[in-house]
Design a protein around this ligand. Sequence first.
Ligand code: TMP
Length: 221
Amino acid sequence: MTRRMNLDSRIVSGLAGAFVVLDGPEGCGKTTQARRLAERLASAGVACALVRDPGSTRIGEQIRRILLEPEHREMAMRCEMLLYMAARAQMTSELIRPALQAGKLVICDRFISSTLAYQLGGEGLTAAEIRAVGDVATGGRWPDLTIILDMPVEASLARLQRSRDRIEQRGDEYHRRVRQNYLDQAAADPAGYRVIAADRTVDDVHASIWAEVMALGARRS
Ligand code: TMP
């Protein structure tokens, strides 16, 4: 028998057409958590779409390969930022908007919050510039909730087991700045962001994420 936990119908209707992002530094566990959240919501009767940024579309996955290829050392930061945005534009048009319009809850593994953490300050890129391009890429559909899974950089980098991609290869100092950029975004927008400690068990982190998503459903109902 499949485990089915009935949610309050107001929460289910509040979550219809909502857009939730899980984000955070390398190795924070967001991909595992995104999958777990989607599975639990689906078994509770909430229709979901799970996507990853960059990727999830044929074009986006090709852009992802260009972005993460370690040989592309010469890539300029503004090119890097625009390629992330191009992949996002395709995913928004092809997957996110249709899913939201169909009343699904969209769970996105990374989004513009990643660009505001990883590309901010590179070649002088400002948050205002990144947001302006983000508006173009998404047509202005920003997430309803961005959950940042936060943990110390030493611990998160130690979790990476396979060989590192082009971005992961950047030094510890870069990754410390990335973490700080996430925390700064969250501090500047307490209504749109939540920070959850990720250096805990998968079950505990999941429970915190679940509580935030239920609260979002209640707020939107
Ligand atoms: P992932 O391995 O978590 O899917 O992310 C791919 C890499 O791309 C990861 O190192 C973070 C990086 N990234 C950026 O630098 N900027 C972005 O906007 C996004 C979405 C990811």
